[in-house]
Design a protein around this ligand. Structure first.
Ligand code: NAD
Length: 272
């Protein structure tokens, strides 16, 4: 049993790897012996994560990549293949919300700008589908590989204010199930597709919603979240690691097409 979680020497691509949650995942996976390609739109963010990994004796490369641009993805694939050989695992982590697509006292649902809604929908849904086309093709053809998407609580029940983000993450969860079945039926029974649905983690994409910009105190929304989280706190990025290791290793070799909440019980609690 001891090595059932082994991911040593696996070549992993992680999009959005310069961010808070995926940077933590990249670092932990490299510590577990994987070779990690950290892809991000912001090269400096990817490089910062990679420098930390390599300084600690891990193996990682930073690759500038836009998950919404197929040419950029193809070029990233060439870079990763040249450095690490065939890719074993893809983590679709790039995603997020934006203020302009979020209702507020200053911005009603009826005035949400189409461009902002489209931006959020594209980033989360197309930003998962396009990298999967580019990196997943090798896996499907070779008959081995693992894809891990990053969904959210708002995929199970929509969250107030974030209409586009909720719809987009629901699409990510739905696509996770769809692709798991499609790949098994048409390509290989040994390519697994799953997702994690993190609960609430205080990061740059939601800080404006959960804390007061001036005082740093919790907003009413932040307080409501804590009140509805049986464990009574936001998650720490490290809380994702155990589940990620499970889904990326042989420990989950009969697991495909699921979305795992990592949420301190938020999705189990009706509020009463
Ligand atoms: P983050 O903003 O810290 O990280 C996102 C990263 O994606 C950034 O480094 C950003 O540069 C990169 N990125 C943005 N657009 C890109 C593009 N077009 N191409 C490539 N990279 C791009 O956010 P985070 O909170 O660490 O979120 C990571 C994932 O987890 C996202 O998919 C997010 O929706 C999801 N998530 C976050 C929470 C939370 O509470 N923070 C909860 C549930 C799900």
């Amino acid at each position: 049993m001891s090595n059932v979680f082994d991911i040593k020497d696996k070549a992993i691509v992680i999009t959005g790897g310069g961010g808070v949650l995926c940077g933590t995942m990249a670092t932990a996976l490299a510590k577990a012996g994987a070779k990690v390609a950290v892809l991000d739109l912001i090269e400096a963010a990817a490089a910062k994560v990679v420098d930390k990994i390599n300084a600690g004796g891990g193996r990682a490369i930073a690759v500038k990549c836009d998950v919404l641009d197929k040419e950029s993805l193809e070029s990233a694939k060439e870079t990763v293949n040249a450095a690490f050989g065939r890719i074993d695992i893809l983590i679709n982590g790039a995603g997020g919300n934006k203020k302009e697509a979020t209702t507020s006292p200053d911005l009603s649902f009826f005035d949400l700008p189409k461009d902002a809604v489209r931006f959020v929908f594209d980033l989360n849904f197309l930003g998962t589908l396009l990298p999967t086309q580019v990196f997943g093709k090798q896996m499907a053809e070779h008959g081995a590989g693992i894809i891990l998407n990053v969904s959210s609580m708002c995929a199970f029940s929509p969250l107030t204010k974030v209409a586009a983000y909720s719809a987009a993450k629901a699409a990510v969860s739905n696509f996770t199930q769809w692709l798991a079945v499609h790949i098994c039926q048409n390509y290989s029974k040994d390519v697994r597709v799953n997702a994690i649905a993190p609960g609430f983690f205080l990061t740059e994409q939601n800080r404006f919603l959960l804390t007061d910009e001036k005082t740093g105190e919790l907003t009413d929304r932040g307080k409501t979240i804590i009140d509805h989280t049986p464990m009574g706190k936001f998650g720490e990025p490290e809380d994702l690691i155990g589940t990620v290791l499970w889904l990326l290793s042989d420990a989950a070799k009969f697991v495909t097409g699921i979305v795992v909440p990592i949420d301190g019980g938020f999705s189990a609690f009706s509020g009463v």
